[in-house]
Design a protein around this ligand. Structure first.
Ligand SMILES: Cc1cc2nc3c(=O)[nH]c(=O)nc-3n(C[C@H](O)[C@H](O)[C@H](O)COP(=O)(O)OP(=O)(O)OC[C@H]3O[C@@H](n4cnc5c(N)ncnc54)[C@H](O)[C@@H]3O)c2cc1C
Length: 438
């Protein structure tokens, strides 16, 4: 079979094609700062903006070029980002705390929408709404029921779409109806990241890339931080490394599970076809356990399609064609078009499917967005900055939650291939059984 990869396909994020040249950044770190932030993604930059605004000398260091973790690689879909249901959280924490945690998701979604508007960050932000599609009739019943419950108990706006009306939301017959979450939104993550970087730089934040932080040592009055390019003294340290967390912070490394998420962009498609497939420009996801997420590019010329296509981590020359097969299962009309970009990045899952933030050994952190961090990483990063400043508003419902790990887990998820393999097999079987029943 002919490869769906275009001859000149790229293994970097599609979003990076559309951003301006990087600004000139200092090559070396400063020797002393009030606040040192490790990681230059949405979490780290949003934290740095808060501390710099309050007059604290702030430096962000990244092992890669700034933003080259997940924050310029993602699908740009914005949701409420709290995965566990109210019922599950209530069983664990009681109703009041559960409601507070769920509410943070809504707050994060609203906060990012307000933030990009107030700060005038040009990032193609759009209140697109999400079509969450059911891959079997049983899943349709389940999400319709839970959407109804979320509407009455949490005030989450949504409406149910039966299969007969599905094409009004998404031009596919592969699903059995779904739910539209009207407030979910979309943006161009690389443009958003660039806007954050520009904002941080304008506030005097020192940002240096290609400068891994190698150790953090507590000393009187703060930390002595060893980096690839010299020693830094910092009063406060924020760790914002999410799926790229290493043995720099072993306690955190034991509490996050790095998982590759893979994504492709198609070549430009005819306008008529785009209008058929994405009639309302919704972002989309489905009820598969190993979820697929996709959308039109902001110029409505391409489709960006993401998911996890193999049990083990793989390279993007292999993941691209596999994702394409799934894309064509959902939209058979795309079988004659090519893929121009295929890339991936590491997200951080947690053992309880919740993001976590707090202070450990004097180090502030926020991470574990479970693949859904555009709004939550931004919001918790912002709150983290406020916490370092000692502000009451920095507190969130995530503070003080127990943060589980597992015996013998040190940050290398040996169990992942078996778990992903099993879930993918089950998803496929459920799709086939549903299709065979018509
Ligand atoms: C393919 C893909 C699609 C996604 N799609 C979506 C989506 O549609 N919607 C959504 O909400 N979320 C999505 N996500 C998740 C989202 O991108 C992340 O949750 C979010 O970007 C996390 O931001 P962050 O700042 O915490 O981490 P990152 O942006 O990953 O930044 C962490 C940084 O820490 C740096 N670092 C690590 N260790 C060190 C060290 N020792 N010294 C210096 N620097 C260090 C890394 O180099 C990295 O740049 C997706 C992710 C991927 C990979």
């Amino acid at each position: 079979m002919e490869s769906p990869l275009a001859q000149d396909w790229k293994s970097n994020s599609y979003w990076l094609d559309g951003v301006r040249e990087s600004p000139n950044l200092p090559v070396n770190p400063a020797s002393e700062v009030d606040v040192l932030v490790v990681g230059s993604g949405f979490t780290g930059l949003n934290a740095s903006i808060q501390t710099a605004k309050a007059g604290r000398s702030t430096m962000v260091l990244d092992a890669l070029d700034p933003g080259l973790g997940c924050s310029t690689r993602n699908g740009g879909q914005i949701s409420t980002s709290v995965k566990p249901s109210l019922d599950k959280l209530t069983t664990r924490f009681g109703l009041e705390k559960a409601l507070a945690i769920r509410k943070e998701g809504e707050t994060a979604l609203q906060w990012i929408s307000d933030f990009v508007e107030v700060e005038k960050i040009a990032c193609d932000f759009k209140h697109a709404g999400r079509f969450h599609a059911a891959h079997t009739p049983k899943h349709y019943d389940e999400i319709a029921f839970s959407a109804d419950k979320m509407r009455t108990t949490e005030g989450i706006e949504s409406y149910v779409v039966p299969k007969s009306n599905q094409r009004q939301e998404l031009g596919s017959d592969a699903y059995y109806g779904g739910v539209v979450f009207t407030k979910h939104s979309s943006l161009n993550p690389a443009k958003y990241h660039r806007g954050l970087l520009d904002k941080a730089l304008s506030l005097g934040v020192h940002v240096t890339g290609n400068c891994a932080v190698q150790s953090l040592k507590k000393v009187s009055g703060g930390f002595l931080v060893s980096t690839e390019k010299g020693i830094v003294r910092a009063r406060d340290v924020i760790v914002a490394t999410n799926g790229y967390t290493t043995s720099l912070t072993p306690w955190l490394q034991r509490r996050v599970i790095p998982i590759g998420s893979y994504i492709i962009a198609t070549e430009p498609l005819p306008e008529v076809l785009m209008n058929t497939l994405f009639p309302k420009d919704r972002i989309a996801s489905d009820t598969c356990k190993v979820v697929y997420y996709y959308r039109a590019s902001p110029d409505r010329k391409r489709i960006l399609f993401g998911g996890r296509v193999s049990a083990r981590e793989t390279n993007t020359a292999i993941s691209g064609p596999k994702l394409y097969q799934d894309l064509c299962r959902i939209f058979p009309e795309l079988s004659s078009y090519k893929i121009t970009h295929s890339w991936m990045g590491f997200v951080a899952y947690t053992f309880d499917e919740l993001a976590h933030t707090g202070v450990h050994d004097g180090v502030h952190y926020a991470m574990g967005y479970c693949g859904s961090g555009v709004s939550m990483a931004s919001y918790l990063g912002m709150r983290l900055g406020q916490k370092v400043l000692g502000l009451k508003e920095g507190q969130t419902a995530f503070d003080g939650l127990p943060q589980p790990t597992r015996p013998f887990y040190s940050g290398k998820p040996w169990f992942l291939p078996a778990a992903v393999g099993w879930y993918r097999w089950r998803d496929r079987l459920q799709c086939q059984l549903a299709a065979s029943k018509g």
